[in-house]
Design a protein around this ligand. Structure first.
Ligand code: ITT
Ligand code: NA
Length: 184
């Protein structure tokens, strides 16, 4: 089976590809810009995107909308993560967090799969914002996010290690289990 992943982010594709490879599913990247609406939840953004794309693309396909939620910033950047990454960047986040002792944060991923209807799969990982950037792997906010129970950031892990514990890895697991049940 081949699965189209609608995204502009090669880091996400690499993770999905690695995740699905042993399951005999080939993931390929399809770049197709879609509107990311201003909404309160990743679920709304992902579902709107999937329905918008469904009118323009042959299905099936999936997309992923993710965010970093920082407790001390009341969940910011959350649904604005992509915008904040492009503007403030990770250095800006570190500046906002300077002198803040509560470093708790989590990532969430919502995968929307379209096969004539929308199916949503979610994953979450808890951890903390480090005091400085560490590591060169991964992408996005990975150099400043350390998952709970580890002393390395996501950027200091291999893709397989990150997939085993990450928000996206968990959403991909739920997605792949659903596919296994529903493609019989
Ligand atoms: P799409 O084309 O798939 O939308 P994107 O990079 O814009 O790609 P999002 O809209 O989901 O992705 O934006 C979430 C932001 O959070 C974006 O800046 C990502 O780099 C970052 N992000 C998402 N997943 C991440 C992860 O696993 N580790 C670190 N940063 C992540
Ligand atoms: Na995006």
């Amino acid at each position: 089976m081949r699965l189209a992943f609608i995204t502009s982010n090669p880091g996400k594709v690499e993770e999905a590809r690695k995740y699905f490879e042993p399951l005999g599913v080939e993931v390929y990247q399809l770049r197709f810009e879609y509107p990311e609406i201003q909404a309160d939840t990743l679920e709304e953004v992902a579902e709107y995107g999937a329905r918008w794309l469904a009118k323009r693309l042959e299905g099936p396909f999936f997309l992923d909308d993710s965010g970093l939620f920082i407790d001390a910033l009341k969940g910011f950047p959350g649904v604005y993560s992509a915008y904040v990454y492009r503007t403030l960047g990770i250095d800006g986040i570190l500046r906002l967090m300077a002198g803040v002792d509560n470093r708790k944060a989590h990532f969430r991923s919502v995968i929307a799969y379209w096969d004539g209807e929308v199916h949503l799969f979610t994953g979450r990982v808890d951890g903390e914002i480090t005091r400085e950037k560490r590591g060169t792997g991964g992408f996005g906010f990975d150099p400043i996010f350390m998952p709970q129970g580890f002393d390395r950031t996501f950027a200091e892990m291999t893709t397989d290690e990150k997939n085993r514990i990450s928000h996206r890895g968990r959403a991909l697991k739920a997605f792949s289990e659903w596919l296994k049940e529903n493609l019989k």
